[in-house]
Structure formats: C-alpha cells, structure tokens
Write a protein that binds this ligand. Structure first.
Ligand code: FAD
Length: 232
C-alpha cells in the first residue's frame, strides 16, 4: 500500500549514520523487522530505495536509519528536514519477529542492525519472555548505531546481551575485535544450536554468517536472513 507522510525529526546517530523519523500514517501497520520502499521526489526525478523500519511497531512514529554514502539518494535523504513530504510503500518482508521464538541469536554487520533494533525494542515494550544474544560487528567504534540505547537495554533487561566486535579498532577499544567467527559464536552464544538466528548486513557478511551457522550445525530452519545490497 502507498502512504504519504512527513518528516518529524532527523537524528544523527554516528558521523555516517542518520535516522529519519516520519509520522505514522493512519492505517499503516507493520511487524518488527519489516521494510518499506521510500520515494523521494523533488519534482524532477523520483528516487526509490528499500529501507528497514528501525522503529518498533510499539512506537508512535516510523523511523528509517541510513548509512550515508555520498551517493545521490543518500544525499537527498540526508538533506530531509522536518515537514518534508515523502511517500512509502509497504510494509514488506518476512524477516520478522512477533513472539514466536524464545531463544534468539542475532548477528549483525554495520547498518544491518536496523531490523534487529526494531525487534529488540519490540521485545522490551511488549515485555516478551524471550532471550536475545546480539553479536554486532562494525568497522570502528564510531560506526556503532544505537550504541547507548542497546547498552541501556542490556543493563535493564537480563534477557538481552549485546557483544560489539570491531574490525579496525582504535587504541582505546577494550572490547572484542575482528569479524564474527565460529569461535565468537561458541564463546558468546554457547547454546547456539537451540537458538533461532537473525542475521542482517551486506551480502558477503550474511553469506558468511549463514555458512558459519551451518558449519556449527544450526538447523537451516533456525536461520533467518536479510541482505542489504551495496557497500553499506
Ligand atoms: C530489504 C532491504 C532493507 C534495507 N534497509 C536498509 C537500512 O535500514 N539502512 C540502510 O542504510 N540501507 C538499507 N538497505 C540498502 C539501501 O536500500 C541502499 O541500497 C543502500 O543504503 C545504499 O544506497 P545509496 O543510495 O546510499 O547508495 P547506492 O548509490 O545505491 O550505492 C551503494 C553501493 O552499491 C553499489 N551498487 C548500487 N547498485 C548496485 C547493484 N544493483 N548491484 C551491485 N552494486 C550496486 C554502488 O556502486 C555502491 O558501491 C536495505 C536494502 C534492502 C534490500
């Protein structure tokens, strides 16, 4: 379905990541993890791209969170201001969480955190009895979107555990380093065979996460994936 909406807020999440919040149109409903196709139309050349809603269905607005690339669509999106009008088509996608799984593993790469943030916020707001362990990979500590919010969620909720890993750490990073690998999964998610996994990020990352989980003998039906194409 096609909806018209307006920007209500723009949030700089990291130097290279912005969230844009929109009014939730009447009649628009979605599941945590779903995406919309956003159209930006300056009157000359409409541009469309898919974006996961990083907001949760429990929140009173819609939010998308974009890695800024300097490309035309990205620049147009980054230039949006409160009051600007856009159209969205959707919702779409089957990479969703309602309350079907009690033991969940999440593996995210970069901006692939967006659907997982939606699911975690949904779980918290709905007070669902599910346990989540998120392994979250980024290039540098400055690239971690929703860092404070997720740390806060972990502090307040014993059922949520977040492990950040950084592939190009600065001198002050004291945490885990390197890409997500089998050893990391075994160490931080020891009951991995009993969990349903959600993995999201660039194509190479998601492919390697799926191979890794299969090597660890996680059954195929317990692996959910969403790919964000391009070098985001
Ligand atoms: C279901 C879904 C959900 C998504 N959710 C998010 C999200 O939450 N946040 C987010 O930031 N992005 C998300 N994306 C990706 C998003 O739609 C854009 O593709 C991405 O943000 C890059 O857009 P851009 O305009 O900045 O760059 P682009 O101009 O699209 O370029 C990005 C890179 O991809 C390359 N490229 C472009 N098109 C192709 C192609 N057809 N084949 C191969 N390479 C290509 C370019 O050369 C460049 O290196 C999602 C994608 C999908 C499919």
């Amino acid at each position: 379905m096609l909806f018209e909406t307006r920007v209500i807020e723009v949030i700089q999440r990291t130097p290279d990541i912005k969230s844009i919040r929109f009014e939730k149109p009447q009649g628009f409903s979605y599941l945590a993890g779903q995406y919309v196709v956003l159209t930006l139309d300056d009157g000359s050349d409409p541009m469309k791209k898919p974006f996961t809603l990083s907001s949760s269905p429990t929140e009173g607005f819609l939010e998308i969170t974009k890695k800024l690339t300097g490309h035309p669509f990205s620049n147009a999106l980054a230039g949006l201001k409160p009051g600007d009008q856009v159209s969205i088509n959707g919702p779409y996608g089957e990479f969703t969480f309602q309350q079907e799984y009690e033991h969940i593993g999440m593996l995210s790469g970069g901006i692939g955190i967006t659907p997982l943030r939606s699911m975690i916020k949904y779980l918290i707001d709905k007070k669902l009895n599910a346990n989540i362990i998120l392994l979250c990979s980024n290039s540098s500590e400055n690239d971690i979107a929703f860092k404070e919010e997720l740390e806060d969620a972990q502090k307040k909720n014993p059922n949520i555990k977040i492990i950040d890993t950084i592939t190009r750490p600065g001198p002050d990073w004291k945490g885990v380093t390197g890409r997500i690998n089998a050893e990391m999964v075994k160490k931080f998610i020891p009951d991995y065979r009993e969990r349903t996994f959600f993995t999201c990020g660039p194509v190479k990352m998601v492919d390697s996460m799926v191979s890794l989980l299969k090597e660890l003998e996680v059954p195929e039906k317990q692996i959910k994936r969403e790919i964000f194409p391009g070098d985001n």
